[in-house]
Design a protein around this ligand. Structure first.
Ligand code: ATP
Length: 262
């Protein structure tokens, strides 16, 4: 569905990501893992049109989209949930969700909009309970659910998640990742850009490792998890990046997570 061929992109200071080959198909989760500053956010910004593609190809459902605006890409179904959530704290949960469907405002009737919010609430019941509360009142994990829910309101075919684990406790990260794994069953393709290599590869069908703006490894989630190089560089000594819990706790949570998502 989404295909990058030798894509390069960056800023005025020069290219940051170079010759990236990557694809995301229907109903699959593809993890993009790499250290802080490796170029993950730059790559997802180029995919969603926030920064221009400097060279190479970007195709969505067999059509070139690299010259299209972000809005046009969203209307095709290529939707990004930004790093840091970027929800509107002063607006209610319902208002934030409505904003997700803003691009289709002319096509959607108020009852259809209400129905979409109910569908998001089926995925994230806590949001349904808090629809009329300011988003500022939500916990970090709930705000991440809201950010994903707002993305889903745009009817994505491909959802790009940039660092959904950012700032969340390990237990909340596990919960969010379980929810993300469940989205695949809806036929969505998901590109999951993450520093938490362990959990993202655990739920991913396939993954890519990015270092200094280049893809250095690719494979199934399981292949990459079991790759000694990946283990040494990204999984730490028995710990996920950012995980502060004892290994035994983390391992048992991960096992429970995998048991539930397989
Ligand atoms: P992080 O998890 O910290 O966001 P990342 O893998 O997403 O890491 P990027 O944010 O893409 O990495 O950053 C890659 C490189 O691009 C870094 O060297 C960063 O300093 C540089 N960079 C990021 N944003 C800009 C910008 N707006 N202008 C110039 N350089 C930038």
């Amino acid at each position: 569905m989404l295909e990058l061929n030798r894509l390069s992109a960056g800023y005025d200071s020069g290219n940051i990501v170079h010759d990236i080959d990557l694809r995301v198909g229907e109903g699959e989760i593809v993890a993009l893992v790499g250290a802080n500053g490796a170029g993950k956010s730059t790559l997802v910004k180029a995919i969603s049109g926030i920064i221009p593609v400097r060279s190479g190809g970007l195709q969505f459902e067999e059509e070139r989209i690299d010259r299209e605006t972000t809005r046009a890409r969203v209307l095709r179904g290529l939707v990004q949930v930004p790093e840091g959530r970027q929800i509107f704290a002063g607006l209610t949960v319902r208002e934030n969700l409505r904003l997700g469907a803003h691009g289709r405002a002319k096509e959607i009737t108020p009852p259809q909009l209400a129905e979409k919010i109910v569908q998001i609430g089926e995925l994230f019941p806590i949001l349904l309970q808090r629809l009329d509360q300011p988003a500022a009142n939500l916990s970090g994990g709930q705000q991440q659910m809201l950010a994903i829910g707002r993305g889903l309101m745009a009817d994505p075919r491909i959802l790009i998640l940039d660092e959904p684990s950012l700032g969340l406790s390990p237990i909340l990260v596990a919960e969010i990742f379980q929810l993300i794994a469940g989205l695949r069953q809806k036929g969505l393709g998901i590109l999951l850009s993450e520093q938490n290599a362990r959990l993202s590869l655990a739920i991913a069908n396939r993954g890519y490792v990015i270092e200094n703006g280049k893809i250095v490894l690719g494979g199934t989630g399981a292949e990459l998890l079991n790759n000694p190089e990946v283990a040494a560089r990204y999984l730490g000594v028995g710990k996920a990046v950012g995980d502060t819990q004892p290994e035994s706790n983390f391992a048992s949570r991960l096992k429970r997570l995998l048991d539930r998502t397989e």
